[in-house]
Write a protein that binds this ligand. Structure first.
Ligand SMILES: NC(=O)C1=CN([C@@H]2O[C@H](COP(=O)(O)OP(=O)(O)OC[C@H]3O[C@@H](n4cnc5c(N)ncnc54)[C@H](OP(=O)(O)O)[C@@H]3O)[C@@H](O)[C@H]2O)C=CC1
Ligand SMILES: O=CC(=O)O
Length: 326
């Protein structure tokens, strides 16, 4: 019997083709609707491999029922939706998609920063709604980006790619990680600082750290109060790093000047969410890596990792380094 692979969202046929030739592949048939939880659990019971989306909870229950599962390939670099410890205990390899999405996500992060600072979305709507009646000296005046200080929380692959782009704007670059990154300091002139310094000194606070127990809710009311009143907060990592109620209050009260958000605590965010009522918020639907090229590479990498593991080989991008090939 051929190994059984379940893919939790409809992917293009040409991407799945290399798997279909060798394995029994089943796929949730909708591109725009997530797989129902019951279906995921039923399919996990039968599967040797799962290809999952970041929007799904791949928790202990899924891992427990997946008695034959050998690999879970998650279509994202972030893996906070997967219970990695439970998977490791059961000998399941967890794979993600680092690097192939780095530049696209950095491009989008900078686009979000620029759109928020220079009020691009507000200005475009202003024109389309026929509100543009005359040129005026301070019409939709925004914040400069060039020569300002950018503070990157999470100077990993994407953080460093954002910093590289920031050098093109002659920005002063601060960063905070748990460990110093010499390459970013030498190559890009980035300066290491504490989280508190980064928050207090940056004109743009850019969140690119993964969601972990340490980073959950790290952007609190107190943190927003310590930012400059002219600061712009950009979140392109995960929503739950932020206390959204505190962010809303900070934006409403003028404690900070604006926010550009690609990610939210609850995704999709409801259209009636208070944050979306604020003119100084630019909100995007979690599209950091969403260029056709990067998303195709991410899907191909998942497919390749599944094939490697089911063929008894080492995967290309393994999350749980303790996992061993049997
Ligand atoms: N919006 C979108 O569509 C996308 C969002 N993402 C998000 O971006 C995140 C980063 O991706 P990527 O750059 O590839 O990942 P990396 O692993 O390369 O970088 C993560 C960085 O965060 C730092 N970090 C981790 N924990 C902490 C902590 N507690 N305090 C301070 N710094 C910390 C790490 O440094 P150190 O270990 O030294 O602390 C590391 O430099 C992903 O986890 C994902 O959540 C990614 C792609 C697209
Ligand atoms: O959010 C996207 C990811 O790849 O992580």
């Amino acid at each position: 019997m051929k190994p059984y692979i379940y893919i939790t969202r409809k992917l293009p046929d040409h991407i799945v083709e290399p798997l279909s030739q060798k394995y029994e592949v089943h796929m949730w048939e909708r591109e725009d609707v997530p797989v129902p939880r019951e279906t995921l659990l039923e399919e996990a019971k039968k599967a040797d491999a799962l290809l999952t989306m970041l929007s799904e909870r791949v928790d202990e229950e899924v891992i427990e029922v997946g008695e034959n599962v050998k690999v879970i390939a998650n279509l994202a670099v972030g893996f906070d939706n997967v219970n990695v410890d439970a998977a490791t205990r059961k000998g399941i390899a967890i794979c993600n998609t680092p690097d192939v999405l780095t530049d696209s996500t950095a491009d989008l992060t900078v686009a979000l920063l620029m759109a928020t600072a220079r009020r691009v979305v507000e200005a475009a709507e202003f024109v389309k709604q026929g509100q543009w009646k005359s040129w005026s000296p301070l019409l939709l005046a925004g914040h400069d980006i060039h020569h300002q200080t950018i503070g990157i929380f999470g100077m990993g692959s994407i953080g460093e790619a954002v910093a590289k782009r920031a050098t093109g704007f002659d920005m002063n670059i601060l960063y905070h990680n748990r460990s110093r990154k010499q390459s970013a300091e030498e190559r890009l002139g980035a300066q290491y600082c504490t989280f508190d310094e980064l928050v207090a000194k940056s004109d743009f606070v850019v969140c690119l750290a993964p969601l972990t127990d340490e980073t959950r809710n790290i952007f609190t009311k107190d943190v927003f109060k310590r930012m400059k009143r002219s600061a712009i907060f950009i979140n392109a990592s995960r929503g739950p790093l932020v206390d959204e109620e505190a962010l809303y209050r900070a934006l409403k009260n003028g404690d900070i000047a604006g926010a550009g958000l690609d990610v939210f605590v609850q995704e999709p965010i409801g259209a009636d969410h208070p944050l979306l009522t604020l003119p100084n918020v630019v909100a995007l639907p979690h599209i950091g890596s969403s260029s056709v090229d990067s998303r195709s590479k991410m899907m191909e990498l998942c497919v390749e990792n599944i094939d490697l593991i089911l063929s008894g080989k080492e995967p290309k991008t393994l999350v749980n380094k303790q996992w061993v090939l049997k």
